[in-house]
Design a protein around this ligand. Structure first.
Ligand code: AHR
Length: 669
C-alpha cells in the first residue's frame, strides 16, 4: 500500500479530530500557534513498574517443541497418537516384526511406548530416519549430542547416526556400540560428533550394523550451542531475542494451552518436572484448533517444563508470571468446568507452585526445586488464575482460589482474566466483578485492527487511578482480522501499536504490565499470525512489531512525566502520539513520539524543571514509507531502528518526526 492509500486507511480518527477542531476556531488558532510539547521533568506523575514491558510465551506456532526447546528429534519417545509419526523405517528385506512399537501402559504410565528393533540377518540393511520438526537445522562445524535410552540383552549391534542434508548428503556421523544391559534395566547411551556442513531442513538417519535386538526410547539429538550451553537446553538465538528486550516479566505457559481443549489435556505443571523421560506427553491444543491450519504432529513433550521456565525468567531478568488452570477448559472448545466442590486439587496446585518457586529447600516442593538444581528461590511475586476465562463460572472459581492463596500467601499478586475482548457484555460483567473483588491485576486482551489501536490511545486515561492495575496481557494489531491467515506483521500494525503504547506508558499508574501476543512462530509450522518473532530451523526474524516492543522496553525509564501540547496529552492530535519518562538511574529524559501521518513534523520540546540542557543525546528512529513493509527472514530487515547522536544547542530541543515514524529521543538531564 503506498502512502496516499495508507493515509486514508490509517488516520480516519485524526480526520475526525480535525473536523471537530474546525468547529472550535479559537482553540484551533492556539493549537497552530503553540506547537511546543511541554515536558515537566521535575514533576513525575507515575512510577513505571519494573514489570511494565514483558513477554507472553505460549507453545503455539511451534513455540516450545520445535521452537525454543532445542530438541531436534520429533516424537522421540514414540508417544504421538501415531507412534511412528516423524519416523521412517527402511529395510532391504521386509521381515515381519523387525520394528515394533511396544506399549507397557499398565506398568509405565507416563512413558508407555518404546521401539524394539530386531535385526536377525547381519547382511540386511535396516534404518530408522527422523524428519525433525519441519526438518532439522544443522550448522557446519557444530557439535551435536545424540543420546537414547536402551535395553540390549546381547551384544552384536552397532548404531550409526548420520545427519543428512536436504539434498541427501551425509553431513555428520557417529557410531555407537552400546554395552549390554542386565535384565530389564534401561541405560542411557550417548555420542557426540561435529557436522561438516549446514542445512536448513536436514534429517537424522540411524542404521543398524550386525545383528541383535535393541529397545529404544527418548531418542534425542541436541545442538551443543544451546542457551548458556545447557545440555538438553533451549535455542540460544531465540532466547537471545528475548534477553535483548530486557523484559520486565515473562508469562508462561500461555495462552489457551493452560486451559486445554478439555480438562484432561489442561496444562499441569507438576507433570513437567523431573527427568524428561518421566514427563508425560500430551497433545497440544493447537494441533487441531484451526481446521485451516491443522498441525497433527504438534504435541507437548514438556522437555521444557516449569523448572525451565522459571530458570529462563531468571536468566533474562524477567519476573516469572505462571498462569494456572482455574478449573475450566477452553471456552472456545469444550468449556468443561470442574464442580466447585472438586476444585481442591486445582487450588492445591497453585499453593504448591508458590512453594515450588519460593519455598525453603526443606519444604516438600522447595526440595523438588532444589533437587532439580536450584536451591535458591525463584522469587515468584505474581500468578495468573485462569487464562482467557469468562462468565460467572470463572468468578465463582476465582473466588475460591483467591481466598486460599491470599490466606497463605498474601504477598502474591494475582492476575485475573477479563475475558476475550476489551469491551462488550462479557468484559463489563467481569470488570465490575473483579473490581468489586479488589482484584490485584486485571488481564485485558485486544486483537484488533490498527485503527482500534490509534483510536484507543486514550483508553486508560479515564480508568480509576486506584484499585486494580491493568495487565495488557495479549495484544497485536491485525492487518486483516483475528485468526485470519492473511495477517501480516507489517509496519502499519507496528506503528499503530507504538502509538497505543504511548497511552499505556502515559498511564503507568494504571497499567503495570503489557505484552504482545503471540511471541514466536515457525515459518513452516504456524497456526496463528501475526507473531512477534518469526523463525525457521536456523534463523530468527525480528518483525517491525518486535522492534517497537524492544524500544519501549529498553527505554522504560523509572517515572512518567507529562508531555503536553496546549495542556493536553498527544494521542492522535495532528497525527501525533507522545509520552515521556525520566530514568532516575541514568539521569535521562526519554521522549517517545509516533507520527502516523505522511507529513514530516518538527516539534519543539519545551523542557521544564531541568535547568539548561547541554551535552549529547541519542535519537532512535524506526520508520518506513510503506504501510505494508515486512521484514523477511534471511533478508536485511527493511524496518529496523537507526540511531544517531544529537547535540543539544542553546538548551533547545526539537524532535524531527519523520512521516510514519516512531522516534525516541534520549538526553541527559
Ligand atoms: O495468543 C493466541 C491466543 O489468543 C491465546 O492462546 C489466547 O489466550 C488468546 O485467545
Amino acid at each position: 500500500m503506498r502512502i496516499k492509500n495508507w493515509i486514508t486507511a490509517l488516520v480516519l480518527v485524526i480526520g475526525a479530530q480535525r473536523a471537530d477542531a474546525q468547529g472550535k476556531d479559537a482553540k484551533r488558532t492556539v493549537a497552530l500557534v503553540n506547537n511546543d510539547i511541554v515536558i515537566k521533568t521535575n514533576a513525575p506523575i507515575a512510577e513505571v513498574q519494573p514489570t511494565m514491558w514483558g513477554i507472553f510465551f505460549e507453545d503455539i506456532n511451534l513455540g516450545a517443541d520445535g521452537g525454543i526447546y532445542a530438541e531436534l528429534v520429533k516424537n522421540r519417545s514414540f508417544e504421538f497418537y501415531e507412534p511412528m509419526m516423524g519416523w521412517k523405517v527402511r529395510q532391504s528385506i521386509f521381515r515381519e516384526g523387525s520394528v515394533l512399537v511396544l506399549n507397557r501402559k499398565e506398568v509405565a504410565g507416563t512413558n508407555p511406548r518404546f521401539l524394539r528393533v530386531r535385526k536377525s540377518e547381519p547382511a540386511d540393511t535396516l534404518s530408522i530416519t527422523n524428519e525433525g520438526f519441519r526438518g532439522m537445522g544443522i550448522k557446519k562445524g557444530l557439535r551435536y549430542d545424540f543420546s537414547l535410552l536402551y535395553r540390549l540383552p546381547a551384544a552384536g549391534l552397532t548404531l550409526h547416526v548420520d545427519l543428512v542434508s536436504s539434498t541427501g548428503r551425509v553431513i555428520g556421523s557417529a557410531s555407537l556400540t552400546p554395552a549390554v544391559t542386565p535384565g530389564e534395566e534401561w541405560k542411557k547411551a550417548a555420542v557426540s560428533f561435529n557436522s561438516t556442513d549446514s542445512t536448513l531442513r536436514g534429517r537424522m538417519n540411524i542404521w543398524f550394523e550386525g545383528a541383535g535386538t535393541i529397545d529404544m526410547d527418548i531418542v534425542s539429538l541436541f545442538p551443543s550451542d544451546t542457551w548458556k550451553g545447557r545440555p538438553g537446553g533451549m535455542r540460544a538465538d531465540m532466547i537471545q531475542m528475548l534477553a535483548d528486550m530486557k523484559p520486565g516479566f515473562i508469562r508462561f505457559p500461555g495462552g489457551c494451552i493452560v486451559e486445554g481443549h478439555d480438562l484432561s489435556v489442561r496444562y499441569q505443571w507438576k507433570k513437567t518436572l523431573g527427568p524428561v523421560e518421566d514427563r508425560q506427553l500430551i497433545v497440544n491444543r493447537w494441533n487441531y484448533e484451526f481446521a485451516h491450519r491443522p498441525t497433527p504432529d504438534y504435541f507437548q513433550t514438556f522437555g521444557l517444563g516449569f523448572y525451565e521456565y522459571f530458570q529462563l525468567a531468571e536468566d533474562i531478568g524477567a519476573s516469572p508470571l505462571p498462569i494456572l488452570n482455574c478449573g475450566m477448559a477452553c471456552q472456545f472448545n469444550t468449556a468443561e468446568v470442574v464442580p466447585l466442590d472438586q476444585l481442591d486439587p486445582y487450588v492445591q496446585d497453585a499453593l504448591d507452585l508458590i512453594e515450588f518457586a519460593n519455598g525453603d529447600v526443606n519444604t516438600k516442593w522447595g526440595k523438588v526445586r532444589s533437587g532439580m538444581g536450584h536451591p535458591a528461590p525463584f522469587h515468584l511475586k505474581m500468578m495468573g488464575i485462569g487464562n482467557e476465562n469468562w462468565g460467572p463460572q470463572y468468578i465463582e472459581r476465582l473466588k475460591v482460589f483467591t481466598k486460599a492463596i491470599k490466606e497463605k500467601y498474601p504477598e502474591i499478586r494475582l492476575v485475573n482474566s477479563s475475558g476475550t475482548d476489551p469491551n462488550g457484555d462479557r468484559y463489563d460483567y467481569l470488570n465490575k466483578e473483579l473490581r468489586d473483588m479488589h482484584a490485584d491485576i486485571i488481564d485485558e486482551h485486544y486483537y484488533r485492527r490498527p485503527e482500534w489501536f490509534l483510536q484507543n490511545a486514550r483508553r486508560y486515561d479515564s480508568f480509576p487511578r486506584n484499585g486494580s492495575r491493568i495487565f495488557a496481557g495479549e495484544y497485536a494489531a491485525q492487518s486483516d482480522r483475528t485468526v485470519s491467515v492473511y495477517n501480516k506483521n507489517n509496519w502499519q500494525t507496528a506503528l499503530s501499536e507504538a502509538a497505543f503504547m504511548t497511552g499505556l506508558e502515559r498511564n503507568a499508574d494504571v497499567v503495570s504490565m503489557a505484552s504482545y501476543a503471540p511471541l514466536f512462530a515457525h515459518v513452516d509450522g504456524w497456526q496463528w499470525t501475526p507473531d512477534l518473532i518469526w523463525v525457521d530451523n536456523l534463523r530468527v526474524n525480528a518483525t517491525p512489531n518486535y522492534y517497537v516492543q524492544k524500544l519501549f522496553s529498553v527505554n522504560k525509564g523509572t517515572h512518567v512525566v507529562s508531555a503536553l501540547r496546549n495542556k493536553k496529552a498527544l494521542a492522535g492530535e495532528d497525527s501525533l502520539y507522545a509520552s515521556a519518562v525520566i530514568d532516575d538511574a541514568t539521569g535521562e529524559l526519554i521522549v517517545k513520539m509516533v507520527n502516523v501521518s505522511a507529513k514530516a513534523q518538527t516539534i519543539p520540546l519545551n523542557i521544564e524543571g531541568a535547568g539548561k540542557l547541554t551535552g549529547k543525546g541519542t535519537l532512535t528512529v524506526l520508520r518506513s514509507d510503506e504501510a505494508a513493509a515486512v521484514n523477511i527472514i534471511g533478508d536485511t530487515p527493511v524496518v529496523s531502528p537507526s540511531d544517531k547522536d544529537i547535540t543539544v544547542k542553546n538548551g533547545k530541543l526539537t524532535v524531527d518526526a519523520s512521516p510514519y515514524s516512531f522516534t525516541i529521543l534520549k538526553v541527559k538531564l
